[in-house]
Design a protein around this ligand. Structure first.
Ligand code: GAL
Length: 419
């Protein structure tokens, strides 16, 4: 085009309001995640449905494995090969790592338009915003310090809900004496570490948890209190069944759902399995806080990390982010998932008794400073530290590290090395 005709085209555009043809947008969302259990898949369907209504196709990249360790390995390979997904399920510090490496997109404009800085709690913004830019959309808030109890089994053995650690052990012993598996345990590193988060909080209290697992204070990590926490973990091990090694978390939940075991210690994604099995909170199952941790919440939050994508995939990413943080989605999704909303302005009307308690606990813990990031679930410290932690806890649980003394020594050495 000559300069003159360019000028003419410009004049015509200005005069008639024509604009350059919009870039043809790819109407597809590609999502990497580890939501492959019944409850998780049901929750994800809520999102797929929302996006389908807007005409977006869903390209699923599921990587099975609770806790997401396998998914994060797959994500690393995809990103290294230059195949960034539209978004990936991610936990806390991992989002920040990818942002620091310059791999994330920028959703700040959408965030401004939607007012995310006012509706998303600051504890989550710390991980969704990097250098002033929104790089992730928080989907939910989960917490790990819960017990999931089969109510009929509890009644059958004549037990009551434990309020402190000793009562929990006494209850498990009662189950064992009655010939029932006390603790439904999944023997994988991330599950044992997730349970240990609760044990440490129960053993040492709120300040201790924060010092050890958020501040990584060397004295706390090496303390007698930490040794006692390992002693307590060993006590729990006495009440698993012999086949726990390697068991997936949702199969452990299924043991409680079916009445083959009394209780599971797990994050509230376990509730998603009860819901998927049409079990009712308060009637079929109970959800007290892990005894000795009442008043504190150890949280994680699933985030959709938004990757840098080609311009023709940006609209789909914005649609995904907007749908994720809409109030109606936050309610509908989290009711199914077992988690609670990542916004503070969603009514609890549609949530069951456990969900309502979860929302109340979260608000209270946030207000009084007893809301802590889960070390096992990517919110206590960066991934290298979390992995070192999982490694030591699992070696102890499976008897490779034999005593609490050596577990404490190994833990502080491993964390020191990973910091
Ligand atoms: C957690 C995640 C939950 C749930 C769980 C088990 O890391 O935050 O959403 O999926 O793993 O897979």
């Amino acid at each position: 085009m000559s300069n003159k005709s360019k000028l003419l085209a410009g004049v015509m555009l200005a005069a008639f309001g024509f604009s350059a043809p919009a870039l043809a947008q790819v109407k597809e969302v590609q999502m990497l995640h580890w939501w492959t259990s019944g409850g998780e898949a049901a929750a994800l369907n809520v999102l797929k449905g929302d996006l389908a209504k807007q005409g977006y196709a869903w390209k699923d990249v599921p990587v099975a494995g609770g806790g997401g360790d396998a998914a994060m390995t797959a994500l690393k390979a995809m990103v290294a090969a230059g195949n960034n997904p539209t978004a990936s399920q991610m936990l806390g510090y991992t989002v920040l790592d990818y942002a620091a490496a310059g791999k994330m997109g920028d959703l700040t404009e959408t965030a401004k338009k939607e007012g995310w800085d006012k509706s998303v709690p600051l504890a989550l913004q710390k991980f969704a915003v990097y250098n002033g830019k929104w790089v992730a959309a928080p989907v939910n808030v989960h917490s790990v310090n819960w017990l999931w109890i089969n109510k009929a089994v509890l009644e059958k053995i004549g037990g009551k809900v434990p309020t402190n650690f000793d009562e929990l052990i006494a209850l498990l012993a009662k189950a064992k004496a009655a010939g029932v598996v006390g603790l439904a345990q999944g023997g994988q590193p991330w599950q044992e570490a997730t349970m240990f988060d609760s044990v440490v909080l129960s053993t040492g209290g709120a300040d201790f948890y924060k010092k050890a697992f958020n501040d990584l204070d060397p004295a706390a990590l090496k303390s007698d209190t930490m040794k006692k926490a390992f002693d307590n973990l060993a006590k729990l091990r006495d009440y698993t069944d012999p086949n726990y090694a390697g068991r997936d978390w949702n199969l452990a939940t299924a043991m409680v759902i079916k009445g083959d075991a009394l209780v599971q210690v797990m994050g509230d994604w376990a509730k998603g399995e009860f819901v998927a099995a049409k079990k009712v909170a308060g009637t079929d199952f109970l959800c007290p806080r892990f005894p000795g941790t009442q008043g504190s919440v150890v949280y994680n939050s699933d985030m959709f990390g938004m990757f840098a994508v080609p311009a023709d995939r940006k609209d789909a990413q914005i649609a995904l982010a907007t749908a994720t943080l809409s109030k109606s989605f936050q309610s509908a999704f989290n009711v199914v998932k077992g988690s609670v909303p990542a916004r503070t302005d969603v009514p609890d009307t549609d949530f069951d008794a456990c969900g309502k308690a979860g929302m109340k606990d979260l608000a209270e813990a946030n207000a009084k400073g007893t809301l802590f990031g889960s070390l096992a679930q990517g919110y206590g410290a960066p991934p290298a530290v979390a992995n070192a932690y999982k490694d030591v806890v699992t070696k102890f649980f499976h008897g490779e590290i034999k005593t609490s003394e050596s577990a404490v020594a190994e833990l502080s050495k491993a964390i020191d090395g990973a910091k």
